[in-house]
Design a protein around this ligand. Sequence first.
Ligand SMILES: *Cc1c(COP(=O)(O)O)cnc(C)c1O
Length: 234
Amino acid sequence: MIRENIEQVRKNMEEACRRAHRNTGEAELIAVSKTKPVPMLQEAYDAGIRDFGENKVQELLEKQEVLPKDIRWHMIGHLQRNKVKYLVDKVYLIHSVDSLRLAREIQKEAEKKQVEVNILVEVNVAREESKFGSAAEETLQLVQEIALLPAVHIQGLMTVAPYVEDPEKNRRIFADLKQLAVDIMRKNIDNVNMNVLSMGMSGDYQVAVEEGATYVRVGTGIFGERDYHKGETI
Ligand SMILES: *Cc1c(COP(=O)(O)O)cnc(C)c1O
């Protein structure tokens, strides 16, 4: 089932690339495995997935411990400053940096461990009250401030769009994130790349790919619905 789901998602992504005249392969798939047990991740791995997304530090580290070493682990959830020290040398990309305080903590721990950390700045494009992320109009300033931290490297932007029945409703949000990245790129800020756009989830990843996503984050569409009541995740 997982293998078939992955093949379907990949096929949909390729078709979305074709519709948007993008090269297939410009958009990569992150399998969002939060709450899912290790055997399911192994199944996805065996079907070719090398990028996994988790939203809790502890869960990410426990899974990393027992799964193949060539996996790229993506932290996609809200990150508390007191957890940064466990994560900085373990993670491929942190998608959810939305404050200078958090970025400074990452800098501090990266320096201690002598590592460089790649991050995305999370933007609350949809202006949802309940969501994390920097306001779009404050993002440039945040990027300029984070850029001064020598061990923290901004690679692009990330957004979490609202849950909608009709994915077309999120097209504007994805287009706005892309435009924001283009605007920031034009400023040519030292230590800042805008090559990565992490946007699109199970319900709307095709639209996100059409609008320029370089990573889509798909959970349900690969692993099925999450059950938050089971408690046991490993
Ligand atoms: C859970 C989650 C996803 C995946 O959501 P699905 O709808 O299951 O594909 C993507 N991004 C973030 C930040 C998430 O927390």
